[in-house]
Design a protein around this ligand. Sequence first.
Ligand SMILES: [Mg+2]
Length: 340
Amino acid sequence: MRDEASIIARLSRIVPSRIGVWPSRGVPLGIGDDAAVVQFPRGCESVFSTDAFVEGAHFLTRLHPPQAIGYKALARAVSDLAAMGAAPRYFLLTLSLPAGKAGAWLDHFARGMARAARRFGIRLVGGDVSRHTSVVAALTVIGEARPGRALTRSGARPGDALYVTGHLGAGQAGLELLLREGPRAIARHPDSYSLKRHLYPDPRLAEGAWLATNKFASAAMDLSDGLSTDLARLCAASHVGAVVHASALPLVHGERPGSRRAAAPREDRAALRRALHGGEDYELLFTVPRRLASRIPSRFHGVPLTRIGEIVSRRGVVMLDAGGRIRPLRPLGWDHFAPK
Ligand SMILES: [Mg+2]
């Protein structure tokens, strides 16, 4: 069993931080004092977000490997910076865990988090640890954006084209596979796209920064709770409605994105349900003024950018199905406080 000081020392040694792997540029004072001191380049705006990753609500320690929990805790938080078109810089970690997880489990968790931190270019500058009956990783992430360029949810206008990055439904498909087969699913399906997206999501940082720098997007957000729920949020913030074309949605069939291996109608329906209502895709949903839509390529560094519908003035979100029928798209994605 480790004490608090040794847990902090261990975390800061494994996860990139001032006294860890990376040089101290921009961080005059990092982990170890009462608070951290960081410098921001002149003329930049700071972008803040916070996210709690909670055992029982978001993950299960009997199913999810500690490396994946550490990685995903940071990836989820950084996805909100990607949605703003901001570049990740610093983060704070508040970690609660049972005594039994303060040894090898914590080391694996920290290694997963370190891998994410290196990938996203973000440094740990402080935090707090406490003992608790279950694991809670609460992260505050701080990013940088050029003044006035941060992407928001509120700028969509009627006539704008509606886009998503990547494929939809993989996060949910990966979770279902893990729930069905248990932890051995990970060794059994080493090439599963869905499982990889569920365990190690890849926030769309480059895509968000590209949209913000070029002022292509009128509005943007990341898809954490499912398209039907998140699109309703974007529309509410922009005071508009949207039409989604079901046949345009970039689905995940089984384990692979876009593969249509003579899917049975039942599988097709399941793929569509996951794409509409499944959570944790961490793709970007964004709108583009019609005059700029020709500037959006079908792929950006290999990631598909798919036009899935348009913004309309009439409030509410509707879906146009393959048969040409229009029906309301109810928000059936993830909501912690939705009546069950
Ligand atoms: Mg978000």
